[in-house]
Write a protein that binds this ligand. Sequence first.
Ligand code: PLP
Length: 837
Amino acid sequence: MAKESNANNSKVKRASAPTIDVRSGMDVESLKQAITEHLFYQQGRNIVNTSLNDLYMAVSHTVHDRLLQHEHKTMNAVFDNNNVRLVSYMSAEFLMGPQLGVNLIDLNIMAEMEQAVQELGFSLNTIMAQEEEPGLGNGGLGRLAACYIDSMASQQIPAIGYGIRYEFGIFDQVIRDGWQVEITDKWLRNGNPWESARPELAVNVKFGGHTESYLDSNEYLRYRWKPDYMVTGIPYDTPIMGYKVPSCNFLRLWKSEAEESFDFSSFNQGDYYKAVEYKVKSENISKVLYPNDEMLGGKKLRLKQQYFFVSCSLQDMMNIHLRFDGKPQDFHKRWAIQLNDTHPSVAVAELMRILVDEYHVDWDVAWHTTCSTCSYTNHTLLPEALEKWPVGLFAYLIPRVLEIIFEINYRFLKEVSSRFPGDNGKLSRMSIIDESGEKFVRMANLACVGCCAINGVAELHTELLKQQILHDWVEMFPERFHNVTNGVTPRRFVVLSNPGLSNLIIESIGDKWPGKLDELRKLEPFADDAAFREKFRSVKLENKKILAALIKERTGVVVNPSSMFDVQVKRIHEYKRQHLSVLHIIALYLRIKQNPDIDIVPRTFIFGGKAAPGYFSAKLIIKLINSVGDVVNNDPDVKDRLKVVFFPDFNVTNAQLIYPAADLSEQISTAGKEASGTGNMKFSMNGALTIGTLDGANVEIREEVGNDNFFLFGLTAAQVEDAKRNGYNPHFIYDNNEELRNVISMINSGRFSNGDTNLFKPITDNLLWHDPFMLMADFSLYIACQDLVAETWKNTAEWNRMAILNVARMGKFSSDRSIQDYCEKIWKVKPFNIRKA
Ligand SMILES: *Cc1c(COP(=O)(O)O)cnc(C)c1O
């Protein structure tokens, strides 16, 4: 049947007698043959008795074969050329999302693969939906790393992403009785066709034990580390293809295993269980991603993870460097390391250890090499979120690394006191060791001492960093500071996830924009073209229908695709203020209850996001959203004009369906708290309008799209600080705003909790008496702005005009631009064209 329908429906031209190339051919016949062979020789199936997963595996292996050809060519060309500097992007998280779709886009064979699969009797969309995403990250930070390795490949920047191959990624979220329940993410259960293990490149990492000094053959004093045990790191490589270019980089993730020979003696003595215990202990290191993005202090396994992957990666980089005739002290000429937050910042000390202890490089030379290699990206302004580890834990796990940190600190503090004589406050604030109570190693200080560049992730964030938590460092090293505003990849977040919009844009301005997003400016004139606006509206409506069907399937709630989709999807956090949106929903509900015939714009409120399992308030906010939804969605007075949905398990796969269907993007964090945000960019690229505060990258998004095309509200970061200094009193605001009083009273009445007046008390009490994130101060401004949003929505032409201008002006927020900034300001690397090499 599939064959018949395709005979006259052929999208792709083919030669009459094709030469089939099973491993690298890009034509339909080669792809079909490759899929069939993989199905048989790898999965042991044939086309009539295949399962969907076997088929997904066969299709993915077919694509993987083609990526490997590019990867080999790229890396051979790069490594053979001693003048090429590579980027090592070190990150404890890579929130990759599914791989099949983007790889087809990058290889430019989406249409060919669609047809190949169709001729075999299947649908590519169904096969793509089978993929279990590698959720090796918590949220924005991990997703940023994934966008950046995509853009580095597309910009032809030779690069390796280094991280951890967690056996269990971020937990899967299910909602039971309105509460979040966490389920382990067994993403490797059905196999992973994108990775290749490289056991021949394994390296060992030391843990525990003690250090001792000795004299080397030249009578120099040296140190050596006698560990308690070693753990082996096995690299698993995933190719990262560039968009329509021949370059292909790779992501190298480390899996921990017991070091083969190590515990043999205790095994021989018959202590079999001790040997097994050691094996389990070693394998545990890469077992699970920590779901918290903060409050990890004292988690021994987390520090082990950090040191494990950093040491593996640096040893690997040194091996590559030496294999191609490099000298150890010239390491920085071969490599630029970017530290994604402080999680990998132990790299500063570990690189010193490798250079000084293992290759006997002089300290001062090694220090120059280290500082010239490493750069650090800061992701937070919350002082309590700055990573620090008890000195005792360091001493116990990685004693030699701690000694090196002490030496770095000793030399650094001498420099500080000579630059700022008598300033003891500065000395104690800048010390890598926090000695105010129990002693801690401050990871941000280690990064700032040992990195030649330090950057924030949006203009406002970088400015606030300089004024606040890194002020001392600006005075010491002003030349080290840069801003690199975050970006996202338009290949995944527009081309793949919004084919309707992509095709409309291609019809209008051609197909150069996914690799050159500034081209989108050419869409501007179409904002005034009624016919174009109508097509744009209908693309959005189709996307909303798809999401509506999924909402029905996942939550049982029926939503109206022509209502305004008002969306807030991101990690659940008090500073992001999901509960501010809930207060707005209740205010609208109250207006309806007071006047059931009121003229109100129909809205569907869609929330999604995971809460850290130990973060009580965030989990209670999820319960509140679901509880408000239960009441509002089922009240006949509402007449379906308001719907509230909590979309479970927000991950990259679901994100790709949600962003394209949004009308309104909620970016409502307390000003000064969100470093950048990247969800805000994905929404605008897909034609949503933003309601937002002057926070993170919102500031720059508003600058780009124009003030008239952005719904701004709320206190500024400076006003927030002022209010705090002048004794902020949330209760006073509450006492003086009737609508706010009614909203809070409704929660406290038990209306959303079956009469239980205590369930949500922790939320309302906190708002009335503390309100650290200033919801009370922003409430009336937010409600007024939402009323303006509703007024604007009524004018469909105007709304769509604004939405089209948002899309047209998002060029700056391609991660390609971010990577160009890193290359110019920080890494000093240039694109490497392998065709010309
Ligand atoms: C983009 C993205 C985020 C980050 O969202 P913010 O709104 O910037 O916090 C988190 N999770 C997923 C799955 C994403 O795709």
